[in-house]
Write a protein that binds this ligand. Structure first.
Ligand SMILES: NC(=O)c1ccc[n+]([C@@H]2O[C@H](COP(=O)([O-])OP(=O)(O)OC[C@H]3O[C@@H](n4cnc5c(N)ncnc54)[C@H](O)[C@@H]3O)[C@@H](O)[C@H]2O)c1
Length: 328
């Protein structure tokens, strides 16, 4: 079980399962596919329309089955008690005692809303006016409005990432402000739900003797993006939960850790206000001049399921090519 090449199947004949909540998209789906290639059986919990399942997900699920592993999927709302019960019972029935080697919580269901109405200074308007004045001195007559239009065209249509501080985002802030139920749902699902599932799997004896419990945090654990307050709060809570679990479940051999991917082009990411501007900034800041991909993260999860990573516990590990530490 030490060959990590993409063609090897280190988990073949182990009977191991990967339980991936949020496994129909982004990091969850990429990990399901990667682990199926490594010989692990896969159980996915997700919430998508029937149309998406038929047209988008079916080929991915067929690809997983084609690896010769078992695949069980549950398209259900995991906020809902019935949905949670259905998935838990299915894990017990399909995987059975001691066979869940990876549990990954990759559900994105956060409220991205502002705390108060955004009334910051109009630094973009000021920049356009300054640029129009400078051009006038060069003998070029252009209004700030025309400049703004040109900047947006060059950014959104021409891939001019360096204009990210001047361009207007096409992912606006939500119409409504953040309410207490938004905080409760987001912190519940994206913060401590990982702990609830991990503890239950441990209590019922479903985890393998060296199981990995993986959650996903983001750079929003350190910086605050406008409209990201609830998710930021959830991420900090999630990291605290992983540390507590590392200590209390560690004696069972269970390893709990949190991965911190860089900015990644996924449906959940693209629902964050200003994410188009954030992606451009990340492409410039990242030392590899590209975004993180779900496959980058899946590769790391797969490697971390191997015995060589048995001593990693309670850690937050960045998987971002150096994005978070880069000053640009
Ligand atoms: N995209 C990024 O840039 C980025 C960066 C760092 C961390 N993350 C984190 O990674 C995790 C996964 O995000 P992603 O970008 O892969 O998202 P994604 O949109 O690609 O996938 C989200 C998954 O959650 C599932 N889901 C949503 N609501 C659900 C519900 N009520 N019940 C069951 N399933 C539900 C969806 O079906 C889907 O499988 C999140 O915790 C996110 O905060 C994302």
């Amino acid at each position: 079980m030490t060959d990590t090449t993409s063609t090897s199947k280190p988990f073949e004949n182990t009977g191991y399962w990967a339980v991936i909540l949020g496994g129909s998209s982004g990091f969850g789906l990429a990990t399901a596919k990667r682990l199926s290639r490594a010989g692990m059986n896969i159980l996915i919990g997700h919430k998508d329309t029937e149309g998406t399942v038929e047209t988008v997900l079916k080929p991915h699920f067929d690809e997983i089955r084609a690896q010769g592993v078992k695949l069980v999927t549950h398209n259900t709302n995991l906020f809902d008690e019935d949905g949670r019960g259905e998935v838990f019972e299915s894990i017990a029935r399909n995987a059975g005692p001691g066979k869940v080697h990876l549990f990954m919580h990759s559900i994105a269901a956060g409220a991205c809303k502002l705390l108060i109405e955004d009334k910051g200074p109009d630094f973009k308007g000021k920049a356009m006016a300054g640029l129009a004045d400078a051009l006038k001195k060069e003998g070029v007559a252009v209004t700030p409005e025309v400049l703004r239009k040109a900047v947006n065209e060059a950014f959104h249509g021409g891939g001019a990432d360096a204009l990210h501080t001047l361009a207007d985002s096409r992912i606006p802030y939500r119409d409504t402000l953040l309410e207490e139920p938004d905080l409760q749902r987001t912190i519940g699902m994206m913060g401590y739900d990982y702990l609830l599932w991990g503890r239950e799997l441990a209590k019922e004896g479903l985890l393998s003797r060296s199981a990995r419990l993986v959650g996903l945090t983001s750079e929003g654990n350190t910086v605050s993006w406008k409209g990201y307050a609830a998710v930021s709060a959830a991420k900090c809570g999630l990291e605290a939960c992983a540390k507590a679990m590392a200590v209390e479940l560690g004696p069972l051999g269970v390893r709990c850790f949190i991965l911190q991917p860089g900015i990644t082009d996924t449906p959940a990411g693209n629902a964050i206000p200003n994410f188009d501007l954030m992606k451009a900034e990340a492409r410039i800041r990242n030392p590899s001049r590209r975004l993180t991909t779900p496959e980058d993260v899946a590769e790391v999860v797969c490697a971390m399921c191997l015995p060589g990573f048995d001593w990693v516990n309670g850690a937050v590990i960045r998987v971002d090519g150096g994005e978070a530490v880069s000053g640009g």
